[in-house]
Design a protein around this ligand. Structure first.
Ligand code: FES
Ligand code: FES
Length: 171
């Protein structure tokens, strides 16, 4: 059997929640969640950087915990809740973290920003009053080539203690 035909025959159905809405897709067993999000579902807000778990730009939340979508097989997301940066905030209203990134000019090219925001959101949920060193450690797996990180730490620190959920509502 041709490789493409074998791949098609081996596809499995994967259902999960994406930003609160159910999705139902077919994926090859070796296909990553990143590939399914970007190529099948058009969720290009999830960025493809290194593809090997080094840069963190593909970060999404899986049941609320940050993971590298390039390292997770799509089938492993079955039955889980996946949140991308589009799951933060609400229609027409930025999440407080997004507002802080704007206010502190913490995004330049913006390529790292979706992953940074999601990591910061999960971190602040567990560490409402972090030190700057703790913030730096929390984002250590997310590389930024533009900002020098200080403005990103400033923005995250400004949101510490805000206690909001993914929509920016009081938690
Ligand atoms: S693209 Fe996933 S960690 Fe770099
Ligand atoms: S703002 Fe450009 S990589 Fe972070």
């Amino acid at each position: 059997m041709e490789t493409a035909a074998a791949d098609a025959a081996a596809r499995v159905r994967v259902r999960f929640a994406l930003n609160g809405s159910p999705v139902d897709v077919w994926a090859a067993p070796h296909e990553t969640l990143l590939a399914v999000l970007r190529d099948t579902l058009g969720a290009t807000e999830v960025k493809y950087g290194c593809g090997e778990g080094v840069c963190g730009t593909c970060t999404v939340l899986l049941d609320g915990a940050p993971i590298n979508a390039c390292l997770l097989l799509a089938v492993q997301a079955a039955g889980r809740a996946v949140t991308t940066v589009k799951g933060l905030g609400a229609e027409g209203r930025l999440h407080p973290l997004q507002g802080a990134f704007v206010a502190h000019e913490a995004a330049q090219c913006g390529f790292c920003t979706p992953g940074m925001l999601l990591v910061a959101h999960a971190f602040l949920a567990d560490h409402p009053r972090p030190t700057r060193d703790e913030i730096r450690s929390a984002i250590a797996g997310n590389l930024c080539r533009c900002t020098g990180y200080t403005r990103i730490v400033d923005a995250i620190e400004a949101c510490a203690g805000s206690g909001t959920d993914a929509r920016g509502e009081p938690a």
